[in-house]
Design a protein around this ligand. Structure first.
Ligand code: PRP
Ligand code: 7HP
Length: 182
C-alpha cells in the first residue's frame, strides 16, 4: 500500500479539512463582491484548490498554470519554467494565486513577476504549506495553511518523482525512499 511508504503523518486528513474550511471561509469573505480568478499552479496545488473553492460560496473563475523546477528530485533546480500558460487574460481581474507549498520561493517569485506584468486589478497569494527555513527569495503569502519544518513532504497533491499526490494526508516518506531518480 502507498501509505506504507510513509514514515510520519505530518498533517492528518482531519487537520487539512478543518484548515481548508477556515481558509475558504476567510477568502470568500475577503472576495465577496470581487468575482476573483483563482489560479492554481499545476500539478501540486490541484487537490488543495479543488477543496478550497468548494469552501468559497461566492462567484469566482478558475484557471491553471504549470511550472516545473524540481524534475524528479527532491531539490529545486532553481530554474523555473512555465510549461503550460493560463487560458484567459487576467488584466483587470482580482487574482488569487493558489500553491501547495512555498519552499525556496523561486517558483512563486517567478510566477508573481509574470502575473503582475499582465496588470491584474490585484493579486494575492494562498499557500497550503510554508517552509520558511528553506527560503532563498522573500515570499510572504496572504493566506497560509500550515508552517512546516524542513522536511520533504508528500501527499494531498505534493509528489516525490510524480508519486504520492493521491495520499489524503501530508507526510514524510521513509528515508530510504528518497533518491534521485533522473
Ligand atoms: C513544487 C511545488 C511548488 C514549488 C515550490 O512544484 O508545487 O510549485 O515546487 O518550490 P520552491 O518554492 O522551492 O520553488 P514542482 O516544480 O515540483 O511541480 P509540481 O507542482 O508539478 O509538483
Ligand atoms: C517542492 C516540494 N514538493 C514536494 N514536497 C516538498 O516538501 C517540496 N518542497 N518543494
Amino acid at each position: 500500500m502507498l501509505a506504507g511508504d510513509v514514515a510520519q503523518v505530518l498533517i492528518s486528513e482531519e487537520q487539512l479539512k478543518a484548515k481548508v474550511k477556515e481558509l475558504g471561509t476567510r477568502i470568500a469573505r475577503d472576495y465577496a463582491d470581487k468575482n476573483p480568478l483563482v489560479i492554481s499552479v499545476l500539478k501540486g496545488a490541484t487537490v488543495f484548490v479543488a477543496d478550497l473553492i468548494r469552501q468559497m460560496d461566492i462567484p469566482l473563475g478558475i484557471d491553471f498554470i504549470a511550472t516545473s523546477s524540481y524534475g524528479n528530485s527532491d531539490a529545486s533546480s532553481g530554474v523555473v519554467r512555465i510549461v503550460m500558460d493560463l487560458a484567459s487574460s487576467i488584466r483587470g481581474r482580482h487574482v488569487l494565486l493558489v500553491e501547495d507549498i512555498v519552499d525556496t520561493g523561486h517558483t512563486l517569485n517567478y510566477l508573481l513577476g509574470i502575473l503582475r506584468s499582465r496588470e491584474p486589478a490585484s493579486i494575492r497569494l494562498c499557500v497550503l504549506l510554508d517552509k520558511p527555513e528553506r527560503r532563498e527569495v522573500s515570499i510572504i503569502a496572504d493566506y497560509v495553511g500550515f508552517s512546516i519544518p524542513d522536511y520533504f513532504v508528500v501527499g494531498y497533491g505534493l509528489d516525490y518523482a510524480q508519486k504520492y499526490r493521491n495520499l489524503p494526508f501530508v507526510g514524510v516518506l521513509k528515508p530510504e525512499l528518497y533518491r534521485l531518480l533522473d
